[in-house]
Design a protein around this ligand. Structure first.
Ligand code: MN
Ligand code: MN
Ligand code: MN
Length: 274
């Protein structure tokens, strides 16, 4: 069975409107889809009113938080999107994201890129602001020739636009998400460039905080990486989740739909939320 538990729409830094994302999922024979925009439920809410018959939509969100000074992403699934605890959590995440966007803009403006904040707001057209919007703005203004270059020079880890101070602690985010009825999943565990020891410490704390699963495939893992992540799930008693982390149709990037058969010997998070 093909499912996809990690996708983005134009409500955050994805390109497709929620309806177009769902239509694409149906075309690709995806049975269950979670829209997991960064720190907002707006895409999910607009999708929920018009779900195609052959598709099961699972409530989702991707929440930013901090652990040991590292910006970690937690995918939340299966919550009641109208639960007050969930609304409060997402509102706080959105406020942190907004403060962070101001700080990034301020730093860029101090570095000589005038009008960064207004420019990014105009370009994002109502979406939750993230670094990809700043990257697009820097390209559009002709300051850099590609979004990759924008991250390498100004926005990536350790650069001036890498602002982390506003994110809450991982343990708080996981606790609030689970108290709102959601399932917490550690997103793309190999993207944090951690040593094996540190990644295991993260999994320990994540499981202790109430986390349920880790992503064993988030778009373009090799067999080796999937095996490593499966091992990690088994060692910490966590379920497996799969998702493409789809942001836009792109020939070099993953498209919608990941096979649940990738989770060999580990219970799938779909057994909880479907
Ligand atoms: Mn993103
Ligand atoms: Mn992420
Ligand atoms: Mn993502």
């Amino acid at each position: 069975m093909l499912i996809d538990f990690h996708t983005h729409t134009s409500a955050s830094d994805g390109e497709l409107l929620p309806a177009a994302l769902m239509a694409r999922a149906v075309n690709r024979d995806v049975r269950a889809l979670a829209i997991t925009d960064h720190d907002t439920l707006e895409g999910l809410k607009s999708a929920a009113s018009n779900v195609p018959k052959s598709l099961q939509l699972v409530s989702g969100v991707e929440l930013s938080c901090l652990w040991g000074g590292v910006n970690i992403h937690i995918v939340g699934l299966g919550f009641d999107m109208t639960a007050p605890a969930m609304t409060a959590l997402v509102a706080r995440q959105g406020a942190a994201r907004e403060q962070r966007a101001h700080k990034i803009a301020q730093r860029l403006e101090q570095a000589g890129f005038q009008g960064a904040y207004d420019g990014v707001v105009a370009l994002a057209s109502g979406a939750e602001l993230g670094r990809p919007h700043f990257a697009r703005w820097l390209v559009k203004q002709g300051f850099v020739d590609s979004e990759t270059r924008a991250f390498d020079r100004y926005l990536g880890r350790g650069k001036l636009g890498d602002v982390k101070t506003f994110w809450p602690a991982l343990s708080d985010v996981v606790a609030e998400l689970t108290s709102a009825g959601g399932v917490a999943i550690l997103a793309h565990p190999l993207h944090y460039s951690m040593t094996r020891m540190k990644l295991r410490a993260l999994c320990t704390d994540f499981a202790e905080a109430g986390g349920s699963a880790i992503e064993i495939a988030s778009g373009r893992q090799t067999q080796d990486e999937i095996a490593k992540l499966t091992r990690l799930a088994l060692d910490f008693g966590l379920h497996a989740s799969v998702g493409s982390d789809f942001h836009r149709p792109w020939q070099h990037g993953p498209d919608l739909g990941v096979s649940t058969t990738l989770a060999r010997g580990v219970p799938g998070v779909w057994e909880i939320v479907l």
